[in-house]
Design a protein around this ligand. Structure first.
Ligand code: G6P
Length: 622
């Protein structure tokens, strides 16, 4: 993970770098650091532990660090604990304990990614007289560049490409060389990196929002490419050191979407943006009353030829996949296999051109999901990316791309991106079902009408938020929560449980309700909270029985069901209703109270809702 930024131009770099890092903090917040240079003077490094405001305070909001060229980093620790000495930037020479101060080194750099063979490279460098002050793989990478730079007396670009040939793993690297004032050199493999230019200035960042305030003209540097960044001018090279031309892309969306807009937290704002995110995504996929996938390039012929669908994803996107599995199989009759991307990539699942492998990812950069996509392509499958971030690596590498239109999501715990993914997968299921003759035109029309009603229905669920706020205050000191459900209700439970645990730090598990009796029920004690999701007619009674089995062993029960469908009030302690819709699409409504429950529980426990400990939003490491 980690976020990197860079600036070279006429203005003071440090405030610009801090501004950029503030928009990348979702990528990590264990420590942060800047290296800024003033003309040909050596770079000055400042680091601070913890969230970015410590670094901003330490540098007087950047004013205490003069210079017009610099790089910055916000860290999510991988190699080496979150300490001052392990914080970036790293230098090619020696470094004092705090790592801050003027840099008497030839190379200084920041890195996002993981250098997998760093131990072997470190040994090589030790043999050549280098010493190491940190536990990081980044220090090794910076020193390896320095080694080639000096050994062969070659320029920065060639020193970097030689390093890239030796290094295994992933990286977005930004480096400054003492001999090249006002220039930043970057290299990329499998970690996101975007370069922006404007009149007299250039920028780099792990993600577009970090530079959008300053420019809309960006280059997406390719894998295994190097960039030479000067004020207002950028040159790109391939691994041979030959110059390559990259297209300049204009970003058309706005930064306003990345502001809090009066809400206390980004998560609450994003929960409330769900009707809009779902409506926009749906509108982009529906034309004249029918699902239209032409923007993705998936023709009806292609859809008709599919024999098997595999879906690979991580985290909440995997939960969307589990839900989509039920919907696609039930509506379209196509077999669906759902895999965690981190598992899929190492399995030998046979694929052929009639297998559609779908990779779902908000960021479009998750390392395991990207690897799953590449493995699927190697095996000859047809690939579809369902991605939120436009221009991201997964979106660019897939054969077909379906963009969800949730807009930038800042809170680490996903809400609106999850909902946009769900609705996109539902729309895909309806089209698949229609073109394969599993449903009639009339049924397709009914299903689409149901999908189109969902944004307003989500708004109605949001109107009930006070009840969830009240209930969360009752459960704020609970130690364990079990979410249970069957079928689609199990998929909803998985996401509800994740929302709860990731931001409230309350231990929580989701179980397929029928599995409880095979072990988990022994964990039920007096007042253990069991949340049952009961939206599926054919499974309602069975899940309710499982809940009552828990109640008879002391559990405190919450039931989540649909309005007027089922009566659970007599059986459970607290009931939450959501409006009725076609049962295939209920996850879009049932998830909202569970998001609110996680949110308010975190608030009640006084936690940092938007930046939960140990997590990051974009996971670009394995
Ligand atoms: C992280 C985020 C989750 C997200 C998962 C997959 O763990 O905190 O919210 O679901 O990564 O991310 P992606 O960007 O691939 O959807």
């Amino acid at each position: 993970m980690c976020g990197i930024v860079g600036y070279t131009g006429r203005d003071q770099a440090a405030p610009i770098l801090l501004d950029g890092l503030s928009r990348l903090e979702y990528r990590g917040y264990d420590s942060a650091g800047l290296a800024v240079r003033d003309g040909s003077a050596p770079a000055e490094v400042v680091k601070a532990l913890g969230k970015l405001y410590h670094l901003a305070d330490k540098t007087d909001q950047g004013r205490a660090l003069p210079g017009t060229c610099g790089i910055g980093h916000t860290r999510w620790a991988t190699h080496g604990d979150p300490s001052m000495v392990n914080a970036h930037p790293h230098v090619s020479g020696n470094c004092s304990g705090s790592g801050s101060g003027p840099v008497e080194s030839d190379v200084v750099g920041v890195h996002n990614g993981i250098i997998e063979n760093f131990t072997e490279l470190k040994e090589k460098l030790l043999r050549h007289g280098y010493t190491f002050y940190s536990d990081t793989d980044t220090e090794v990478a910076v020193k390896l560049v320095d080694y080639y730079y000096k050994k062969y007396k070659i320029g920065p670009v060639d020193a970097i490409t030689r390093t890239m040939v030796r290094v295994r793993g992933s990286y977005a690297l930004a480096l400054m060389f003492r001999d090249y004032p006002d220039e930043i050199f970057v290299a990329r493999k499998d970690s996101p990196l975007v370069i922006g230019t404007s009149e007299g200035a250039s920028f780099l960042a792990s993600d577009v929002p970090a530079i959008l305030k300053f420019t809309r003209q960006v280059y997406y540097i390719g894998n295994l490419q190097v960039g030479r960044i000067r004020p207002g001018e950028v040159l790109f090279y391939d691994l041979n050191g030959d110059e390559v031309q990259l297209p300049l892309t204009e970003i058309t969306w706005d930064t306003a979407a990345a502001e809090k807009d009066g809400y206390e937290h980004f998560m609450l704002k994003e929960i409330h943006e769900q009707p809009r995110a779902v409506r926009d995504t749906l509108n982009s996929l529906i034309r004249d009353g029918a699902v239209d996938l032409s923007a993705t390039g998936l023709t009806d012929d292609i859809l008709r030829g599919i024999r098997q669908i595999d879906i690979a994803a991580c985290g909440s996107a995997w939960h969307v996949s589990v839900a989509a599995q039920y919907v696609i199989e039930d509506l379209a009759g196509v077999p669906v296999r759902v895999e965690l991307a981190s598992e899929y990539r190492y399995r030998r699942i046979p694929s052929s051109p009639d297998t559609l492998v779908i990779v779902i990812s908000q960021s479009g950069e998750t390392a395991d999901s990207l690897a799953a996509l590449r493995v699927a392509k190697e095996r000859g499958a047809l690939t579809l990316a369902v991605v939120n971030v436009i221009g991201s690596t997964i979106a660019r590498e897939a054969d077909h791309t379906l963009y969800t239109l949730a807009g930038p999501e800042i809170a680490v715990a996903t809400t609106k991106a999850y909902s946009a993914q769900l609705i996109a997968m539902d729309a895909l299921a309806v089209r698949l079902a229609l073109v394969r003759g599993a449903i009639t035109e009339e049924k397709s029309g009914e299903l689409i009408a149901a999908l189109q009603a969902i944004p307003d229905q989500i708004s109605r669920v949001l109107e009930e938020k006070q009840r969830l706020q009240w209930f969360s205050s009752k459960i704020a000191n609970t130690h364990d929560i079990f979410f249970i459900g069957r079928g689609l209700d199990y998929a909803i439970s998985l996401e509800g449980s994740l929302k709860m645990k990731e931001i409230s730090y309350i231990h929580s598990e989701a179980y397929a309700a029928g599995e409880l009796k095979h072990g988990t029920i022994s964990l039920i004690e007096q007042n253990t909270l069991v949340i049952g999701v009961l939206t599926q007619s054919s499974l309602f009674e069975k899940t309710l029985s499982n809940m009552l089995e828990c109640k008879s062993r002391g559990a405190y029960l919450m039931g989540l069901t649909t309005n007027g469908n089922f009566s659970v009030e007599d059986s459970v302690n607290f009931t939450v209703y959501v409006p009725k819709t076609d049962e295939h699409f209920i996850a879009s409504l049932a998830i909202v109270p569970l998001q609110l429950l996680g949110y308010y529980t975190s608030v009640n426990r006084g936690l940092d809702v938007d930046k939960p400990r140990n997590l990051a939003k974009s996971v670009t490491v394995e």
